[in-house]
Design a protein around this ligand. Sequence first.
Ligand SMILES: C[S@@+](CC[C@H](N)C(=O)[O-])C[C@H]1O[C@@H](n2cnc3c(N)ncnc32)[C@H](O)[C@@H]1O
Length: 174
Amino acid sequence: MNMGYGATMAPQTQPQGTLPNPSSPTRTMRFGSLLIEYDDQVLEPRPWTAHQSHWAGDLLTTAPPGPVLELCTGAGQIGLLTIAATYRELVAVDLDPAAGELARRNAGQAGLASRVEVRQGDLQEVLGPHERFPLVVAGPPYLGADERDLYPATHASRSTADRAAWRSCGAACP
Ligand SMILES: C[S@@+](CC[C@H](N)C(=O)[O-])C[C@H]1O[C@@H](n2cnc3c(N)ncnc32)[C@H](O)[C@@H]1O
């Protein structure tokens, strides 16, 4: 499978949780076998995270039935590439409406819209207490609150989402 390396990184400035800005110019990059659209409102897809999708895809060959959950999906590329070569469904979650919009658009562009449900909201609020997923993928915020100003591209600080993400992983796995 094509790993899709070679994209350039660009600084991001849009704060998290704002309404989508339709005038924000979009760019497209190859992410594995997919073409992914993104803009300054989300983190630019990091090509090496395609490894996560391929690893997850391997795990799916022996995982129990059920949809994949992706937390903090951004433009959706990690989750979309995970299910692209399977028959699985994907539930993709992001707090940011702009991210949700791009993830939906990218699902459509990949021909996966019928298998993808994007839930826009806090990951602690958009999953039902009895929902279970055989596999969870996540590229959550990874900086502390005091580091975020240095790297606005991360779109949220660790303190706002990572502990919640790991708690949700624990709760959502069988
Ligand atoms: C570092 S970006 C990563 C995006 C994508 N996973 C990637 O690797 O390109 C973190 C994402 O987490 C989302 N996020 C932050 N806090 C969240 C929360 N409480 N619930 C859901 N999504 C959240 C942000 O909106 C942002 O899109």
